[in-house]
Design a protein around this ligand. Structure first.
Ligand code: FES
Length: 136
């Protein structure tokens, strides 16, 4: 078996993808049934990017962004287009850096790559503790 065919077969079995002329490591996320429910302390220096409005962090495969003085939004980092972990908060929407899928604040797709929507999580702030969770 030729080397390229061998690699293609391995990638088909494991979920890798090919780019033009080369092999690219895939960041596909396996479908997980793990429920999102965690809290972060906004005073913790590792979340300093949330100190400014429009800032965001990624924690446990969730992107958390600050909307204003007291409102935060959260979404999965895994894009619904091809499963890459490249969702970011840009301006006032969720954008995947891989192929520029765009989603509104509620996770509704705004373009072709975003057609499947995006999983959005709930947030609640009590003191300096920000809880991120899935509503049932
Ligand atoms: S994987 Fe996100 S736009 Fe393609």
């Amino acid at each position: 078996m030729k080397r390229r065919k061998f690699i293609e077969n391995i990638c088909l079995a494991t979920g890798c993808v090919f780019a033009v002329g080369g092999l690219v490591a895939c960041e596909k996320e396996e479908v997980s049934s793990t429920k999102v429910d965690f809290s972060i302390d906004l005073n913790d220096v590792q979340y300093a990017d949330l100190q400014q409005i429009g800032g965001f962090i990624i924690h446990q495969n969730v992107v958390i962004a600050r909307l204003d003085a007291s409102q935060y939004v959260a979404a999965t980092v895994v894009c619904s287009h091809e499963g890459q972990k490249q969702i970011r908060w840009v301006g006032d929407q969720w954008v995947c850096l891989a192929h520029l899928a765009a989603f509104d604040i509620r996770g509704v797709g705004l373009n072709k790559h975003g057609a499947k929507g995006l999983t959005i999580y709930q947030t609640s702030l009590v003191g300096n503790l920000l809880r991120v969770y899935q509503s049932i």
